[in-house]
Write a protein that binds this ligand. Structure first.
Ligand code: CU
Length: 396
């Protein structure tokens, strides 16, 4: 049976609206502004870095930045998740991959992107979040590079956000010596099942660098949960500035266009999407001892699912909750905590603080308007339980 067009439209609208519920970079102007949504990186880490997608490195507007001159860091959106901690990092790659090495130029502990409790008033296009300042380090090489903003939210689902922006650096130096002294960008929460920053803390980065500000001194956290040795090193990429083929970008070119053209073409191939655990710095010997297990991830999700479907009116085919989700499943952003989210025509998920993990629908059932029903009688009216939960849910 075909789903009615109105039903499909509703599902599409639901998914579209939820995509706008989080936060994204306003300034500097991100790459692919029109294709950048405000949701976090996929929990699998597959779209690390920079939210990989079609058009990920389209240049909407170049950000020309002179070293040492304060720049504005601002955001669009309202779901600030009680704030958290952010970093501004730079890689010398124009089109970063998992091999890219990211160097921290500024760390913000707490209060980023805002120090409100919970979220700002819902406004997908809002600019009520805090505005920050950062500077690029004097002496970094001139050229065209990539800036990355990363954010670990304080409240809600354990997530990592990362938006990237093209930058053309002027007034700088001629080599990488300044960059090499900076700490590597911190990574966690992808996947959160493997390594996460515990909820309700403003994470104190272990190595925030010299340019660091504390916006919210309360609820500072230093602990990590899980198997973090390799994940936290993902910002080091392959362990060298200018990641392509291990070549080190020379930088320092007088003209931005002349900076390492070979590197750009070499890094355009996405690296190892089949290895969501990331590529580890050569020095990260612990990586081998602590392999990231995606079997564990899938099992965890499957085990967690049965609690939610009890609120679903229609039978969904026993406790098995359909077949196991594919290993490639990624979180679908959502805003109604506890609600059923229909995903396409064959899958659904339970919204868990902004994230619904896709699961296959049981045979003979369908999902529409946030309700799972038998294929022959699609329920149009959700049960009271779901309506209540939707309205009562905090939109983290
Ligand atoms: Cu969010």
């Amino acid at each position: 049976m075909m789903l009615a067009p109105t039903t499909l439209a509703t599902v599409a609208l639901t998914l579209f609206a939820s995509v706008n519920a989080h936060m994204k970079l306003n300034t500097p102007v991100p790459y692919g502004k029109d294709t950048l949504n405000s949701s976090p990186l996929a929990d699998t880490g597959d779209d690390f870095p920079c939210k990989q997608r079609t058009g990920v490195y389209d240049i909407s507007e170049m950000n020309n930045i002179e070293v040492g001159v304060p720049q504005e860091l601002s955001f669009i959106g309202s779901a600030v998740h009680g704030g958290g901690s952010c970093q501004v990092s730079v890689t010398l790659d124009k089109e970063p991959t998992k091999n890219s090495q990211w160097k921290v130029v500024h760390s913000i502990i707490g209060g980023c992107p805002s120090n409100v409790t919970g979220n700002l008033a819902e406004d997908a296009n809002g600019n009520g979040a805090a505005v920050f300042q950062y500077s690029l380090p004097k002496g970094m090489p001139n050229g065209q590079y990539t800036l990355g903003w990363t954010w670990f939210n304080k409240v809600g689902n354990r997530e990592m956000y990362m938006n990237c922006a093209p930058i053309t650096v002027t007034g700088g130096g001629n080599d990488n010596s300044v960059m090499e002294k900076l700490p590597d960008m911190f990574v966690a929460n992808i996947p959160f099942e493997t390594c996460n920053i515990p909820e309700n803390f403003n994470y104190q980065f272990p190595n925030p660098g010299d340019s660091v500000e504390t916006r919210e001194a309360a609820d500072i956290g230093t602990s990590l949960s899980g198997n973090c040795a390799s994940m936290t090193n993902m910002g080091a990429g392959a362990g060298a500035l200018g990641s392509a083929g291990g070549a080190v970008a020379t930088g320092g070119a007088a003209s931005p266009a002349a900076s390492a053209p070979a590197a750009t073409s070499a890094v355009s191939t996405p690296v190892a999407t089949s290895n969501p655990g990331g590529i580890f710095a050569p020095g990260a010997s612990s990586a081998a001892a602590a392999p990231t297990s995606f079997t564990t991830l899938v099992v965890t999700n499957t085990a967690a699912a049965p609690a939610a479907p009890s609120s679903v009116a229609a039978p969904i085919g026993g406790t098995g909750v359909g077949t196991a989700p594919a290993a490639s499943s990624t979180c679908v952003p959502c805003s109604n905590n506890g609600a059923v989210v229909c995903i396409g025509t064959t899958q659904f998920g339970i919204c868990d603080y902004g994230c619904a993990m896709p699961q296959d629908l049981a045979t003979g059932t369908t999902c529409s308007n946030g309700t799972i029903g038998k294929r022959s009688i699609v329920r149009r009216i959700p049960p009271h339980g779901i309506i209540h939960r939707r309205h009562a849910a905090q939109k983290f």
